[in-house]
Design a protein around this ligand. Sequence first.
Ligand SMILES: Nc1ncnc2c1ncn2[C@@H]1O[C@H](COP(=O)(O)OP(=O)(O)OP(=O)(O)O)[C@@H](O)[C@H]1O
Length: 290
Amino acid sequence: MQPKQFVDMPGAPVLGKNKRPVSIDVKDVTIAFPSRGKGVFTAVKNIDLSISKGEIVSIIGHSGCGKSTLMNAVSGMVKPTSGEVIVNGKRVTGPGPDRGIVFQNYSLLPWLTVYQNVYQAVDAVMPAKTAAEKRELVERNLTMVNLYQHRDKLPSQLSGGMKQRTAIARAFAINPSVLLLDEPFGALDALTKGSMHIELLKLWNLDHREKTIIMVTHDIEEAIFLSDRVVVMNDGPAATIREIVDIPLARPRNKKAIIHLPAYMAVHDRLLSLLTQSFSIEDEGVEYQE
Ligand SMILES: Nc1ncnc2c1ncn2[C@@H]1O[C@H](COP(=O)(O)OP(=O)(O)OP(=O)(O)O)[C@@H](O)[C@H]1O
């Protein structure tokens, strides 16, 4: 499927490199937190990142480098110390229904059931829908993540993976134009993780590939399979973007087939070496003594 082309004309949206309108524009963003007795701690510094409508971009980097902080600046939950984030042409000043978020810690309301957690979000974001429409939306999304039969359970009665799937169903149900996924599949077993990848891409395809998705992950294979570009962060403090790696693999992608492609191996190698450079120990030729 080819992306829609937009013409250059007065009032036309700002276009990204791939001729699609810019969906998310992170402009020279620095985020510092007050640090007790030590002034401030700068988590990320001078981040510039422009993401087009319909792009899937992953952010990877070592633990604590500022991936979630950057994501939270896009979600509106963290305010940049300097710089700004523009989403769909508007400066971000707080969270909004145009951005659906799935956190690594689920963020479910513990006193509501699985069904109610999803329904509550749909109800808040889509008040104009009838109760029947809202129920249909909730049921469809719970079925998608295979939780319909567990709909009456409370979060405390769920496994980590089930909680995460509830959070995913909730984010999908409100159908935001921007989906922010912070290690969304980290707690899932390999099989469930694989089927959630497919569901995510199905949803993106059904929406004519117009939903913009940013995903934080530690998983290189997941990042390559899902993304158009992978942003590799430097280690903090004051982390910057180390490199943005394009994933030159045509869609739809077949997980089993792509791993044999030279392009896949090249980006995999590149990402692995970017992530391991600062840690690598040269152990070739070292003689071990017993
Ligand atoms: N509210 C806060 N107050 C103070 N420091 C913070 C705050 N939020 C994040 N930090 C610090 O900013 C840095 C980046 O944290 P962040 O959670 O963004 O990292 P991350 O790359 O997402 O890590 P991980 O991969 O382990 O989830 C860390 O040193 C963290 O301690």
